[in-house]
Design a binder for this molecule. Structure first.
Ligand SMILES: Cc1ncc(COP(=O)(O)O)c(C=O)c1O
Length: 326
C-alpha cells in the first residue's frame, strides 16, 4: 500500500476485472479481460481518479486556494480534477488547449467542457500561438500577485505523485491475479503516468505480466523516453529499483493523423466493444488503445494461450463531442 505517501479517498476501488467472453470467442485468440477503470467514480470514472487521490492529498497539505491544470479541450483529466476540487471545496482553473485543426461547435462546448462547468471550474482557452504550460505559468504568476496560492497539476496528472495511482492499480491486479494468469497488460499511453506507474508497479510488486502502451500522440521513441523519465522519478520517490528501459514498450501505429483525431480503426474498435460487450470506450484514448489490441491479435503478436488484461482508462464522456466523427 502506498497510502503512507499521502492519499485521500476519492474513488471506488478496487475496480472490477471482467472477462470479455463475446470478444474472446469472436477473435478466437487469447482470452481478453478488462479492468474497469472507467468505473473509478469521481465524475463517473476514469484513470485520473487514481492519480488525484495522491495529487489532491498533496494539494490539501499545501493549503492551496486554487488548483490549476491544463489539457486538451476534451480533457478527461480536466473534468476529474474539476470534480475533485468541487468535493474538496477548492477553486479550480482549467486551461484548455485547442489541439484539433478544425473542431465543430460540439467539440468546443459539449462533453467534458460542459461537465467542467457543472463542477464549477473556471475555464480559460490557451491562445493558439502560445505553449499551454508557459501560458499557465503566466496566469499563475498573475493570480499569485493577488495572494492566491496556486497548485499546478501537469497535463494528465502525470508526475511522480500522480504515478502512485497506477502503482496502486498494479497492486490491485496482483491481488486479483493470485494464480498469475495474465501474460500482458495493455493500456493507452498519453501524458504517460498511467503507463509509467504501471511499469513501476510491476517492479515494486514483482509482477510478471508484460505491459504494452499504445501511444495516442507521440512516436514510439519520444513516448518511451517520456514514460521512462516518469518511471525514474517515481522510483526515486518511493525508493524502488529502477526497471529496465526495455520494460517500456510503446506501439505508435494507432495514433493516425494526431492526438484526438479520429481514425477508422478507433471507430471500428469502439463499435465492436459497444456492440459485443456493451462497454463504451472513448475516441481519444481507450478506443485507439483497443484498436491496437485488436490489431496485435490479428497480427499474431500474442499466443493463443495468452491472457490479456486491457485497462479501460475511461473517457466515454467525450463521446457526445465526437458524434460528428461517427
Ligand atoms: C480516458 C483516458 N485514457 C487514457 C489516458 C492516458 O493516460 P496518461 O495521460 O496517464 O498517459 C487519458 C489521459 O488523459 C485519458 O483521459
Amino acid at each position: 500500500m502506498l497510502d503512507k505517501f499521502g492519499r485521500i479517498k476519492l474513488g471506488h476501488f478496487p475496480t472490477p476485472i471482467e472477462f470479455l467472453k463475446n470478444l474472446s470467442e469472436d477473435l478466437d485468440g487469447p482470452e481478453i479481460y478488462i479492468k474497469r477503470d472507467d468505473c473509478t467514480g469521481l465524475a463517473s470514472g476514469g484513470n485520473k481518479t487514481r492519480k488525484l487521490e495522491f495529487l489532491m492529498s498533496d494539494v490539501l497539505q499545501n493549503n492551496v486556494n486554487l488548483v490549476v491544470t491544463v489539457g486538451a479541450v476534451q480533457s478527461n483529466h480536466a473534468r476529474q480534477t474539476a470534480a475533485a476540487c468541487a468535493i474538496l471545496g477548492i477553486k479550480c482553473l482549467i486551461i484548455l488547449e485547442q489541439r484539433l485543426e478544425k473542431a465543430p461547435d460540439s467539440y468546443m462546448k459539449s462533453g467534458n467542457v460542459f461537465l467542467n462547468k457543472l463542477f464549477g471550474a473556471e475555464i480559460l482557452f490557451c491562445p493558439k500561438d502560445l505553449n499551454v504550460d508557459e501560458y499557465a505559468k503566466k496566469i499563475i504568476q498573475e493570480r499569485e500577485k493577488g495572494n492566491i496560492k496556486c497548485y499546478f497539476i501537469p497535463v494528465g496528472g502525470s508526475n511522480y505523485i500522480g504515478e502512485l495511482g497506477y502503482i496502486e492499480c498494479i497492486r490491485e491486479i496482483v491481488e486479483y491475479d493470485k494464480n498469475k494468469i495474465f501474460t500482458h497488460i495493455i493500456l493507452a499511453s498519453g501524458s504517460g503516468g498511467t503507463h509509467s506507474g504501471s511499469i513501476v508497479g510491476k517492479k515494486y510488486y514483482d509482477y510478471k505480466a508484460k505491459i504494452l502502451g499504445i501511444s495516442v500522440k507521440d512516436n514510439k521513441l519520444n513516448q518511451e523516453n517520456k514514460v521512462y523519465n516518469l518511471v525514474q522519478s517515481a522510483c526515486k520517490f518511493i525508493s524502488c529499483p529502477v526497471p529496465d528501459r526495455g520494460d517500456v514498450i510503446v506501439f505508435d501505429d494507432y495514433v493516425g493523423e494526431g492526438y484526438g483525431v479520429p481514425t477508422e480503426g478507433m471507430k471500428k474498435a469502439l463499435k465492436i466493444m459497444a456492440q459485443r460487450e456493451a462497454i463504451l470506450l472513448d475516441p481519444v484514448y481507450s478506443g485507439k488503445a483497443f484498436d491496437g489490441l485488436l490489431d496485435l491479435i490479428r497480427k499474431n503478436y500474442f499466443d493463443k494461450s495468452d491472457k490479456i488484461l486491457f485497462i479501460h482508462t475511461g473517457g466515454s464522456f467525450s463521446l457526445p463531442a465526437y458524434e460528428w466523427a461517427f
